[in-house]
Design a protein around this ligand. Structure first.
Ligand SMILES: [Zn+2]
Length: 232
């Protein structure tokens, strides 16, 4: 199978989560010439407080917002899986879908939501994070996991590094001082999500958040992750 490989695969539960979680780092990678793809798992059709908004219209709007944000950041390709919002489940089918994409694009780095955030955490984020970690290891790696994928030419793949955003246990801070403005602009592409409510001053909120994440570092603004390096 011929497929243009990517250095980085970002797997996001909803359109906009990747921008909140990793957009500053994504912009850095793009500047370095790294090829990045987004996989958007759900269609985001429940993410509104507007009671007149139709779910199908919201899903359409959010795809356009996601494409605009990705373009701004230098993401090469966005894949929409279009599962129902608030409907992601840890199923063999979803896991295989992610494994298939990992084996197709063969990323060195995979980025997603930390599934181990405690208490109040969006179920779609928890499920996505868990399914992605399981896909990385062992399912993408082992040739006997999916004999049918092998027959399609989708051979095992070893991801080298996983970054989990929104972690309560962050151990890696990425310098986003130079790409903060781009991240802010990418977030503003998600107009349906970052209106005055709940973000009356998005820039101030975001800057404070990234200043806090950079505490103890020798740079001003950071995105924080739990980073897992995989050696086997
Ligand atoms: Zn989300």
């Amino acid at each position: 199978m011929t497929m243009r490989q990517a250095h980085v695969m970002v797997v996001t539960p909803h359109p906009d989560d990747a921008e909140f979680g990793v957009a500053g780092t994504v912009a850095h990678w793009a500047r370095e010439g790294k090829e990045i793809i987004y996989v958007v798992c759900s269609n985001g059709d429940k993410g509104t407080s507007d009671t007149s908004m139709k779910p199908e219209e919201l899903a359409r709007i959010r795809e356009q917002e996601q494409l605009a944000a990705a373009k701004l950041l230098g993401v090469r390709e966005v894949i929409f899986l279009r599962h129902p919002d608030q409907g992601l489940e840890d199923t063999p089918e979803f896991r295989k879908q992610i494994v298939r994409l990992m084996r197709m694009y063969r990323p060195e780095i995979v980025v997603t939501a930390d599934p181990y955030r405690r208490y109040i955490w969006h179920r779609d984020h928890r499920i996505t994070g868990q399914v992605v970690l399981d896909a990385v290891f062992p399912y993408a790696r082992d040739h006997l996991s999916y004999p049918d994928l092998m027959e399609e030419g989708l051979h095992p793949h070893k991801v080298r590094e996983v970054l989990l955003w929104a972690s309560e246990d962050s151990n890696y801070h990425s310098d986003v001082t130079d790409t903060f403005d781009l991240k802010l602009a990418a977030l503003r592409c998600h107009k349906s999500q970052v209106s005055d409510h709940p973000f009356p001053d998005l820039e101030k909120w975001l800057r404070q958040r990234h200043e806090t994440m950079a505490e103890g570092e020798d740079f001003e603004l950071a995105e924080g992750f739990h980073r897992v390096e995989i050696w086997w």
